[in-house]
Design a protein. Structure first.
Length: 209
């Protein structure tokens, strides 16, 4: 009888330990799943900016404004490359297709140079497409090829380059880093040329019947 009670006690203890272990593992897996889901849905731009904040806290020399400028420049490159490819596929007139091709080539080169520059400055750039890029692409890709698509793409190019030029103008005069000032200044002529081309294409689209 004593042996039976001892065996029952051991079985109970084992069952209790198993239950506790299972509960801990379940909670751990739930936490990991939640972390994974949060990472999957978090904007890559925000992730990059958070990392730059941490770098600056640990003694990094870049100011918040400079880091945000480089992140914004990278996001602009992402958008131009992705929308440029789409314009080549869905554009209904040669001008739109050519504008898309030029934007893809120019901003792919810009993206490569910017990545190397940001690495030198210990600034993290978005590693995947940002929410803003995805939203613009989704909006444009859901449109049928034709006048509506062509006009929307050109409108995006004109408005996007105006915003980008403003950011580069600010960085070229107010950045605390002389190298960032120089980089921004050197990029402005190309960006202004891109804007001119986008505006020319926009006018052609508006003239279409």
């Amino acid at each position: 009888m004593k042996n039976i009670k001892t065996l029952q006690s051991v079985i109970f203890q084992l069952a209790f330990i198993t239950f506790i272990s299972f509960s801990i593992i379940s909670c751990d897996n739930k936490a990991k799943t939640e972390d994974s889901n949060n990472s999957a849905t978090e904007d890559s731009k925000e992730v990059a900016e958070d990392k730059n904040d941490n770098t600056r806290t640990k003694g990094g020399m870049n100011t918040e404004a400079d880091a945000e400028f480089l992140v914004a420049a990278a996001e602009s490159d992402q958008k131009e490359v992705r929308l440029g490819k789409l314009a080549q596929e869905k554009g209904s007139i040669t001008d739109v297709k050519e504008l898309g091709r030029m934007m893809e080539m120019a901003h792919t080169e810009s993206m490569t140079e910017l990545s190397a520059f940001a690495k030198k400055k210990l600034v993290t750039l978005p590693e995947t497409q940002t929410e803003d890029v995805n939203e613009a692409y989704t909006k444009l890709s859901n449109m049928k090829s034709g006048k509506e698509f062509d006009k929307e793409y050109c409108d995006m190019e004109v408005n996007g380059h105006k915003r980008t030029i403003e950011k580069f103008e600010v960085a070229s005069t107010t950045s605390a880093d002389p190298e960032i000032k120089t980089m921004a200044t050197n990029m402005l002529p190309n960006l202004r040329k891109h804007l001119e081309m986008a505006e020319m294409c926009q006018k052609k689209c508006e003239a279409m019947k």
